[in-house]
Design a protein around this ligand. Sequence first.
Ligand SMILES: [Fe+2]
Length: 309
Amino acid sequence: MFAARCEDAALLDLWHPVAAIPDVRERGPVSTQLLGQMLVVSGQEGEEISIKEFMAPMVHGQVFNQGREVSLPVREAFGFVWTSLGAPPERLFDIPEFHETDRWSENSGSFRVHTSAGRTVENFLDLAHFPFVHEGYLGEQPYTEVKDYSVTFDDREIWATGCEFYQPIAAVSATDGQVTKYTYRLAHPFCPLLYKTSPVDPKRFDVIGIFVQPMTEVRACAHQFLSLLDETNDDATIKRFQAIIFGQDKPILENQVPKRLPLGSRAETPITADKTSIQYRRWLTELGISYGVIRDNTQRDSEPCSEIF
Ligand SMILES: [Fe+2]
């Protein structure tokens, strides 16, 4: 079967993350997919990173070797390589905290998941799942209440502020449970960031994000980004903690039906915890996105979604 080709200008023109820089430098080249297109990201230490798109004709899922190669734009930001299949803007969103010198920032793993990018983002924005999916880590029963919070949409960014949640182990460095304060920020349709109370300095925030790469309509790669004030933890411990958390999300995400994100206002029952999701779905609708989403309430859940992988 063919991977559906993305026709959405809003997605083609975006910068998308495609690999962590160390994965390319030390273990590359990296073969991957973006919006159904095959890419290879290469560039060993000392070389410039380059990205080639293989415009290969496919018949019955077989890629033929005589396909054309096209060079794509390359951008390095926040520890990742980014590219675009269209005409990307000069500017990528900024994360001011990334430039603060007393922080420890890095990628903490790239995790592939069999669902749409939109579903992956929405799961990241959802506080209500913490005590159920991440019990003992990011939440604990009976502390399941999501307090009311504010959502704004300004200057092409969604901000959810005033979120609070009780967490038994909010981060690797936490020794006790705490009420964690959160702010969510979406400065890119597939790059949600979470600012949360730092266990080492309650006046400042750790930044955790996922930069989600839409590989096909129903496959995504969540590249995890961390910018922490705490430098006492080693790389392997932090990566292990993040892998445990994502390992808890993955089966939940992969069992959600339909895999493409429904955008219709009546598609799924809204609850308080979904205020950010509702704004997120509105934003995707306004952007005119149809790839990886279901725009029309009348589309059936069981509609087959063709892809290759
Ligand atoms: Fe989760």
